[in-house]
Design a binder for this molecule. Structure first.
Ligand code: SF4
Length: 219
């Protein structure tokens, strides 16, 4: 399979990355509003920064109800509030409120430390390490992973982590090594999966990489 990642783009402007490169804020970004779209997530994040703050001590001092009100940008706001409190507690108790030292650890230990936080698995940890420009690793969200499976880099497995590893192994030799290109590839694949290569009813007839896509050629 030799489809350049740059070709998996749609016609519209690329999605912006999260509005922070701070590791703790990126963890908060993932958890602040469950299943919210980027616009609503950004609004919730801005309100948190403006009214409460994103330092662990500021979040731990906040009322649960105030955090849940912010979490209403998504569903299950009480769960989101609980996650923010858990994040602040872990950051405070296990990392002395400074995740900068985590980013300087060797890659396996850095990922293990980031995975201590709610909703952060291997993909989330790799995304944080990429966006903080700590390690030039490729990170894929579920949209990007779906695109690359359909194009033909790997068969989807029953187990999500197994699919993720298979795809990363398959694209490894084609990846750029610089942060800007990796971040752009992450964002564009995510955008492509959200706008064209949707989970149900992908819009293959409009897709610029259809001729190179296993799934698209069959449609
Ligand atoms: S051709 Fe269809 S399945 Fe393939 S990448 Fe494009 S939208 Fe997705």
């Amino acid at each position: 399979m030799s489809v350049p990642l740059q070709r998996t783009t749609s016609k519209t402007a690329s999605f912006a990355p999260p509005p922070s490169t701070d590791p703790l804020e990126l963890i908060i970004w993932e958890n602040i509003a469950y299943l919210a779209n980027d616009k609503r997530r950004a609004e919730a994040f801005a309100i948190l920064k403006r009214t409460i703050g994103t330092r662990p001590d500021q979040i731990l001092a906040a009322q649960h109800s105030a955090l849940a009100a912010i979490g209403k940008a998504g569903i299950l706001p009480d769960v989101s509030a609980e996650k923010l409190l858990t994040i602040a507690k872990i950051a405070h108790e296990e990392f002395q409120s400074d995740l900068g030292s985590v980013l300087r650890k060797p890659l396996p230990q850095a990922k293990k430390a980031l995975k201590r936080f709610p909703s952060i698995g291997d993909p989330g940890a790799e995304k944080i390490l990429l966006l903080t420009r700590s390690y030039p690793v490729m990170a894929l969200d579920s949209n990007g992973l779906r695109v690359l499976c359909r194009v033909g880099f790997a068969e989807e497995q029953k187990n999500y982590p197994a699919t993720y590893r298979l795809v990363l192994d398959a694209i490894h030799g084609q990846l750029p090594r610089d942060y800007d290109s990796l971040i752009r590839a992450h964002q564009l694949l995510r955008q492509h999966g959200q706008e064209l290569c949707k989970r149900s009813k992908p819009r293959c007839t409009e897709c610029p990489v259809r001729d190179s896509c296993n799934y698209g050629r069959k449609v």
